[in-house]
Ligand binder design. Structure first.
Ligand code: NCW
Length: 447
């Protein structure tokens, strides 16, 4: 038996995202988002599911806050639906949208839960997509106006801000792989979008500083780990490319003001050329207060000529997988965090998402999600090891408080520590919720 003990000032939180939980898509003056359009396009989402009702958190946020209070977390990471604030992306502000987030934030503060606000977790106003979306640099300005309004409106109430959630997903998954909204399959476009996102992030941080807002700001890239199958250089290089696509592609510009040469070269080989305007790299390299890291899975891989974009293939090692099919690879979590420390030094890090998909259902009112408990044990152990190696971890935020609309998977994949019955909207805390409650209150657990 080993005790894994966390520092006294460790923050514990849960996370959600607007389109995945709010529902009420036609209420409160909200405009359309690209996910309304995408989910209603036949063939894009499993079972033709959409976020019209989701967890109905727009109406049931008080119950959700109650669940957090009972769990004992001190942080709630949520996202704002941009089309609730600007139904057309720019222009007229929708007061009802602001009112909703005031009600939510006030309820959190009353319960001693600190709000951590993500400005963009994928629900772009459709009106902006109609003009090219993130491929159009006007969307950068629209994002800065939207973030400026939010900073001013919630100044003094929200002290932790995240500009973008998972810029890799916003650019490459949505515009190259094409399985998320808006669903393009164009590498040149996707890569250019990744640059526009970073400029939008940098400009938003600049605005935050210019306004002198009291608080901290960062962004939250998604990460993964590929372990080379052999010590052959080509296997090592192939894995490095995949890891670099998530880590260095998005973090080097922010921390170093340059794109990683090995990736620029690779993209060039694939016919991709970035258009970078004067001043862009300086804008992107604004100092941030913390880095948000999302980590879920890793793989073993080896070089394979002309396989996919980055010339690698998976090697099946029979690792356990979660119900969404992602291998469980806690060493990858440690490796990602130490690679970031090696690259960028002692940057403060919040784990802004970590969690797992298990589709256990209630039996006699109990959801026995042992797989999820084991996942938390393994990943918290890896996190602790990283902390002992000197990685500056400030907090751990669980994805997710609730089962919710899992994008292209619709409602078939459940990441919540609280079960949601999508017919009755009843919330049932799972066994992992009670395990976490104990762990959070102790600030340690035993393995
Ligand atoms: S889909 C995804 N997720 C899940 C989602 O619920 C959350 O909103 C996201 O922040 C859980 O955490 C993130 N991430 C994308 C995973 C990439 C899938 C790669 C497919 C490659 C073809």
């Amino acid at each position: 038996m080993t005790i894994i003990q966390f520092p006294k000032d460790m923050k514990w939180g849960v996370a959600t995202a607007s389109y995945q939980i709010e529902g009420a898509t036609k209420e409160g003056g909200r405009g359309l988002s690209i996910w309304d359009t995408f989910s209603k396009t036949p063939g894009k989402v499993v079972n033709g599911d959409n976020g019209d009702v989701a967890c109905d958190s727009y109406h049931r946020y008080e119950e959700d806050v109650e669940l957090m209070k009972e769990l004992g977390v001190d942080t709630y990471r949520f996202s704002v639906a941009w089309p609730r604030i600007f139904p057309n992306g720019v222009g007229k502000v929708n007061q009802e949208g602001l009112d909703y987030y005031h009600r939510l934030v006030d309820a959190l503060i009353e319960n001693d839960i600190e709000p951590m606000c993500t400005l963009y977790h994928w629900d772009l106003p459709q009106a902006l997509q109609d003009k090219g979306g993130w491929a159009n640099r006007e969307t950068i300005d629209a994002f800065v106006s939207y973030s400026e309004l939010m900073y001013k409106e919630f100044s003094g109430k929200i002290k932790k801000w995240i500009t973008l959630n998972e810029p890799w997903c916003i650019s490459f998954l949505s515009n190259y792989v094409g399985i998320h909204a808006p669903g393009n399959q164009d590498l040149q476009l996707a890569t250019q979008i990744s640059h526009h996102l970073l400029v939008a992030h940098g400009k938003s941080v600049l605005k935050f500083r210019e306004l002198g807002i009291d608080g901290e700001i960062g962004f939250a890239p998604n990460t993964t780990w590929l372990e080379p199958y052999s010590t052959r250089q080509e296997d090592i290089d192939a894995c490095n490319r995949e890891i670099g696509w998530y880590i260095e592609w998005f973090m080097d510009p922010v921390y170093k003001g340059t794109y990683p040469e090995f990736m620029v070269e690779w993209f060039k080989k694939k016919g991709v050329e970035l258009e970078i305007q004067d001043g862009d790299m300086e804008t992107i390299q604004q100092p941030i207060d913390f880095l948000g890291i999302n980590y879920y899975t890793g793989h073993i891989a080896r070089y394979k000529e002309n396989e996919g974009l980055l010339d690698w293939e998976l090697v099946e090692m029979n690792y356990d997988r979660t119900d969404i099919g992602w291998p469980i690879y806690p060493d990858g979590f440690y490796n990602v965090l130490t690679r970031i420390k090696d690259n960028y030094g002692d940057v403060p890090i919040y784990i802004t998402e970590n969690g797992s998909c298990y589709n256990d259902e209630p039996e006699n009112g109990v959801v026995q999600d042992d797989g999820r408990i084991s996942y938390f044990e393994q990943h918290l152990t890896a996190l602790h090891r990283a902390m002992e190696s000197g990685v500056n971890i400030k907090g751990y935020i669980i994805w997710s408080l609730l089962d919710n609309f899992e994008w292209a998977e619709g409602y078939t994949m459940r990441f919540g520590i609280v079960h949601v019955n999508y017919r009755t909207l009843k919330r049932t805390p799972k066994e992992s919720y009670y395990w976490l409650k104990q762990t959070i209150s102790n600030n340690w657990f035993e393995t």
